[in-house]
Ligand binder design. Structure first.
Ligand code: EPS
Length: 393
């Protein structure tokens, strides 16, 4: 399984082409649009989200609601494009016009963004050419690809949910998701303005976002993704590039503005003895092998244990600040203080939706590496066989 995305933030549309989804999978446009809607939400989003209404168009690979096994193409229109047709059009400039005549040319790289290094790398003197693609707008179609993966996993009783655990130094009670089902977690996250399961912390997070916005600043946070129902042995201890935990870390770090990843107790493990880190093994006829605790976050030796996967990622505060930071103009080489027109004060809630979907994609991909299948029934049988083998082992 693989996918590629294309599209600029203020271009006509975003596209993804997905390859390797088994045939015979029911694909719901409603679920796809629901994922896109959730990604657009969350307290702290800026004005751009009032312009966009992200809706999916499926243009190949699905017929009468079912996957065909051929590449699936998903497209989302940028409504803002109508304001940018001249600035972002693909046609050559009109005769006599230069890049200088185009409005919104950027020569002032924003600290913390891809602007400066991307400009050097591709020799773009108009840094808009970098900004347009490095923008988190691209996560729209990554979520769409992940929604297809989620729909595949649901058919196998594997559920993936994402939510916020920290914003701007305010922490949710980490024990809450332990006692909830995947559906309960999803419902509770949806009820919160910041997709956080802890009601009290949610309120404080909203206040913190408002305070940051008022101060012209931005704040980051931590998101957590849980995967339940994954059978044991998905991934590999044999090859470094097939390790499930390594692949999850890659997926999480591939999200715009993410700077760190941990599984289970994560970095806290540095402070604890082995006896308080590893999970003791238990056996019962009804459940097979389980672990008494889940401090390792659901993987051992690069493979799923059968316990829930618990993976967290940290998002840095968005670097587009109303409060100016110093940078250097690439034309004049003069120091300037950047002042920005439009930004999100906090996109951590939206990032929890992105994280849920990129992790779902990665899990589906590693699952299909472990159990290759052309059609859904074949995959179902392999997964069920592994569950039985694990119990009878
Ligand atoms: C983004 C800047 C803002 C965000 C955008 C990501 O967009 P604009 O520059 O148009 O105001 O709203 O996020 C999205 C468009 C999105 O769909 O999430 C950036 O610079 O990364």
């Amino acid at each position: 399984m693989r996918y590629l995305t294309a599209g600029e933030s203020h271009g006509p549309q975003l596209t993804t082409i997905i390859e390797g989804i088994p045939s015979q999978l029911s694909i719901s446009t409603e679920k796809l649009n629901d994922s896109l809607r959730r990604r657009q939400g969350g307290h702290g989003r800026g004005r751009r989200m009032q312009i966009e209404k992200d809706l999916i168009a499926i243009t190949s690979g699905v017929r009468h609601g079912k996957s065909l096994g051929s590449p699936i193409c998903l497209q989302v229109t940028n409504d803002d494009w109508t304001h940018w047709t001249h600035i972002m059009g693909s046609e050559p400039l009109e005769e006599g016009m230069t890049e200088e005549d185009i409005k919104r040319k950027i020569s002032r790289p924003r600290p913390g963004h891809a602007d400066l290094v991307g400009g050097i790398k591709y020799q773009h003197r108009d840094l808009r050419n970098v900004l347009e693609r490095s923008s988190a707008r691209e996560t729209t179609v990554r979520v769409a690809a992940g929604s297809i993966a989620k729909q595949l996993l649901e058919q196998l009783d594997i559920h993936v949910v994402g939510y916020v655990t920290t914003i701007g130094g305010i922490h949710a009670d980490r024990s809450i998701p332990e006692i909830l089902t995947a559906q309960e977690i999803a419902d509770r996250a949806n009820d919160s303005a910041v997709y956080c399961l802890d009601e009290e912390a949610s309120g404080e997070m909203v206040t913190a976002i408002d305070a940051a916005k008022k101060a012209g600043d931005t704040i980051g946070g931590v998101v957590e993704v849980r995967v339940t129902g994954l059978p044991p042995g998905v991934g590999s201890y044999v090859h470094y590039d097939r390790k499930l935990d390594a692949r999850l870390a890659f997926a999480m770090m591939s999200i715009n503005a993410f700077k760190g990843v941990e599984l289970g107790l994560g970095f806290e493990m540095a402070n604890l003895p082995g006896s308080q880190v590893h999970d003791q093994i238990r056996y019962s006829e009804s459940e097979g092998y389980t672990r008494e605790t889940n401090r390792l976050g659901g993987t051992e030796g690069g493979m799923s244990t059968g316990m829930p996967i618990v993976v967290r990622g940290v998002m840095k505060p968005i670097p587009t600040l109303y409060k100016p930071l110093e940078s250097v103009d690439i034309e004049t080489k003069e120091v300037f203080k950047a002042s920005i027109e439009r930004s999100d004060a906090c996109a951590v809630p939206a990032a929890s939706v992105v994280a849920e979907h990129v992790i779902a994609w990665e899990v589906a991909q590693v699952l299909l590496d472990t159990f290759p299948a052309d059609h859904l029934q074949q995959l179902k049988e392999s997964v069920e066989a592994r569950r039985t083998e694990a119990k009878e082992f």
